[in-house]
Design a protein around this ligand. Structure first.
Ligand code: COA
Length: 160
């Protein structure tokens, strides 16, 4: 049976660290759906359509990756689409508390689900979207941190 997983996140914007997790997840699972979350409670630099477009652009060369919107509880999406696996990346010990809390909450709401963690590659262990946004806001060089299509959009946003 084919195994499908989702990789949920805000992706404001998608970074090379996220992309590294996506590439590795795409090798583990037959299909990987990157879920771009709406996040009503979080002010984002890029709106939902922009974040979706950037994830699509960054992952277009990975054939078993699809991109979709997450506009509900993650467990509801999983149940509706009959998906059991959630992929998450762990960068450092500091990620663990948050990820542990989220994985346990989700599995309490939907016991059939399983969160699968991959460790971020050493190269991107320090990276975060907020760091990228901050560097871009000072017109710093983000080319080593984000995919090509994100660089252009970030520049436009910051100049505006
Ligand atoms: N490389 C680089 N950065 C990474 C990373 C990696 N491998 N893994 C995480 N990050 C960074 C992100 O850039 C982001 O940084 P920022 O806070 O500086 O912007 C931060 O870590 C967390 O981002 P992300 O992994 O995208 O997760 P999130 O916390 O934004 O997403 C959801 C959380 C969307 C998965 C979660 O809120 C959710 O499932 N929402 C749906 C509603 C729901 O079901 N809620 C109940 C959850 S129990």
């Amino acid at each position: 049976m084919k195994k499908t997983a989702v990789y949920p996140g805000t992706f404001d914007p998608i970074t090379n660290g996220h992309l590294d997790v996506i590439r590795r997840g795409a090798e583990i699972f037959d299909n990987l759906i990157v879920l771009v979350a709406i996040r009503k409670e979080k002010h984002t630099l890029f709106n939902l359509e922009e974040r979706l477009e950037l994830v699509k652009c960054a992952t277009k060369d990975i054939p078993n990756v699809q991109v979709a919107t997450l506009d509900k509880l993650l467990v509801e999406y999983l149940k509706e689409n009959k998906i059991r696996f959630v992929l998450r990346g762990l960068r450092a010990v500091s990620d663990f508390d948050y990820e542990f809390q989220m994985a346990l909450t989700n599995s309490t709401l939907y016991p059939e689900m399983e969160t699968v963690f991959v460790m971020s590659s050493r190269k991107y262990i320090f990276l975060s979207s907020s760091l990228v946004r901050e560097i871009a806001s000072y017109e710093g060089d983000v080319s080593g941190f984000v995919p090509g299509c994100v660089i252009k959009k970030l520049k436009k946003k910051v100049i505006r």
